[in-house]
Design a protein around this ligand. Structure first.
Ligand code: NAD
Length: 552
């Protein structure tokens, strides 16, 4: 491996000065270079006279953002900041996470991906195409840092927007920004990768500004061989790198996870990250009801990556609490577009089969609720308005405190609004959502619904895996992440109906998750190197801090 791949954290005085220092986003501090630094680093005259601090620079950025007409313009402006001053970008994100997360990630990133070729300014991350077969390791060596975590997509199922081909690169880039902002993974450790295998999106193929390979999607063994070479090359060039699969279509997501999870440190956030955040929401809800996980009956609307992931992790958690696996599975039921998933059906793909229980066919969700009497319903079908008044009233009739999670994104796809969930259950719903909803006032009480956003989970899991040098990422790690997240929900949060902590606490929350995950890594003998005496202190020392440091 070339020397440059081993060096992770640049030091300004080592090699950069003058204009090249100002043009290196990893080192640039702009007008915040001090008088002494300006003299020592050849910057005198290259900057205006004023010496600002990072707070003043951040205030200027916020003022500029407020003046922009829409979220896409703000996304572009934030990207430009990322490209010229990384520390300032992350300082702005970290200090204003509630406002910034929707701009650098969902929902704005969806629009940005649709327009990616049109708003494109500078490359970020690596693009690997089918033409790179046979030389992927060489291509990865062009990356100047040693990657600790890769987020990779092939762009086939970007959020709920379908096949966006190479435009899907916005997703790995956004996710890795959240790794840095939410958990303090060092920016140089983060490598976004687009496996550009073409697209079947005709609009993009016809778009003169499309940035990807202008061919139909690679399929079959050629696709599998490309993924295999990529995974092997990534491990060869960056030994031990954590690889997060992101926004692959169902037909690849499940089998790639199955194929690689026992070979390399890898996970799929759409399946496993979603699972942990939902399980944490259930744990929080049970803190309110005092109920036991093993007493829950959970009915999912939707039977894709999110539903299967959540159900599988719920089963693992129930097994860890003493149930047999077969019994635990019977606590989870799925409804897909053709009705209740039951044993007699002949149209079921593999990931639904463990939940195809003996039952008469049921065509619709409300009838399924009446038949199965669930304690919790979880909406992950991306079909808006499906938790109707009747559905919510029936859940309130069956349960003192019904658990209602409307997780589909974006807001137009949400199964119900927060207001509907509280109103039709007489304020008794224990509610979590995938899309943001404002607080709801009902009968003199204010409910503060919080988003079960995956960003509560994956940054901490990634950090925990990196600091412990995890060889594998297991269900037990996601389970302990879910426990840690639920544990960080305060009594005040619970009183106002919030099943997740406030987002501004995300670095503390992610740090705790990283510690919980690292503990499991060591317990399962899956770590590298010595076990630190104080895991929490070790995690803290590894966390990137975007405040400027002196270069002298
Ligand atoms: P997916 O495409 O893998 O699954 C969607 C499933 O819904 C499929 O099984 C499909 O058969 C089923 N479906 C479609 N129409 C239906 C209908 N009318 N009735 C019942 N089922 C129907 O997608 P996914 O990754 O599982 O994501 C689903 C939704 O969940 C998306 O909106 C996504 O944004 C959201 N999501 C939210 C979170 C979160 O809040 N943390 C995390 C992941 C996914």
């Amino acid at each position: 491996m070339p020397e440059k791949n081993r060096r992770n954290i640049p030091v300004a005085s080592e090699r950069r000065h003058g204009l090249s220092l100002l043009r290196d986003p990893a080192l640039n501090k702009g007008t915040a270079f001090t008088e002494k630094e300006r003299d020592a680093l050849g910057l005198r005259g290259l900057l205006p006279s004023v010496v600002s601090n990072q707070e003043q620079q951040a205030a200027r950025i916020l003022e500029n953002l407020q003046g922009l007409p829409n979220d896409l313009e703000k996304f572009v402006a934030l990207n430009a900041l990322h490209d010229r001053n990384e520390a300032l970008f992350f300082r702005v994100i970290c200090d204003n996470i509630d406002e910034m997360q929707p701009l650098i990630y969902t929902p704005t990133v969806g629009l940005a991906c649709q327009r990616y070729g049109h708003i494109y300014q500078r490359p970020r991350g690596m693009f690997i195409s089918a033409n790179d077969r046979g030389r992927i390791a060489k291509v990865l060596e062009n990356w100047p840092y040693r990657a600790g975590i890769i987020v990779v997509t092939d762009g086939e199922r970007i959020l709920g927007l379908g096949d966006l081909g190479a435009n899907g690169m916005g997703i790995p880039v956004g996710k890795l920004s959240l790794y840095v902002a939410c958990a303090g993974v060092h920016p140089n450790s983060c490598l976004p990768v687009m496996l550009d295998v073409g697209t079947n999106n005709m609009e993009l193929l016809d778009d003169p500004f499309y940035i990807g390979v202008r061919e139909r999607r690679l399929r079959g063994s050629a696709y599998d061989e490309l993924v295999e070479e990529f995974i092997s090359a990534a491990q060869e060039v960056f030994p031990g790198v954590v690889i997060q699969f992101e926004d692959f279509a169902n037909h690849n997501a499940f089998r790639l996870l199955k194929q690689y999870r026992d070979r390399v440190p890898t996970f799929n956030d759409d399946i496993q990250g979603t699972a942990a955040v939902a399980l944490a929401g259930i744990f929080s809800a049970l803190r309110i009801t005092g109920g036991k996980l093993t007493d829950q009956r959970i009915l999912f609307l939707g039977a894709g990556e999110a539903a299967a992931g959540i159900a599988d992790l719920v089963v693992s958690a129930m097994v860890s609490q003493g149930l047999k696996e077969d019994d635990a599975r019977r606590h989870c039921w799925l409804v897909d577009s053709r009705g209740l998933v039951v044993k007699g059906r002949t149209d079921l793909v593999e990931h639904k089969l463990p939940y195809a229980h003996e039952h008469a066919p049921v065509g619709d969700f409300l009838t399924a609720i009446k038949a199965l009497r669930p304690t919790a319903i979880i909406g992950v079908a991306a079909v808006g308005g499906t938790f109707t008044q009747e559905v919510l009233e029936e859940m309130a009739r069956l349960n003192e405190r019904p658990i209602i999670f409307a997780l589909s994104n974006p807001t137009s796809k949400s199964e119900c609004t927060a207001e509907e969930a509280y109103r039709y259950t007489g304020g008794r719903a224990l509610f979590a959502c995938g899309s943001p909803f404002d607080p709801v006032k009902l009968n003199g009480q204010t409910f503060v619904p919080r988003q079960g956003n995956n960003s509560y989970i994956f940054p901490g899991v990634g950090l925990g895996a990196i600091v412990s040098g995890a060889h594998r990422i297991t269900d037990e790690m996601f389970m302990s992440a879910a426990h840690s997240l639920a544990h960080d929900v305060t009594e005040t949060d619970l009183k106002q109906g919030s099943l997740y902590p406030a987002l501004p606490r995300i670095r503390e929350v992610s740090g705790n998750i990283a510690v919980a995950v690292a503990r499991v890594v060591y317990q399962q003998n899956l770590g590298s190197g010595d076990v630190p005496g104080d895991i929490a202190a070790h995690v803290q020392t590894q966390m990137y801090d975007p405040h400027y440091k002196s270069y002298l």
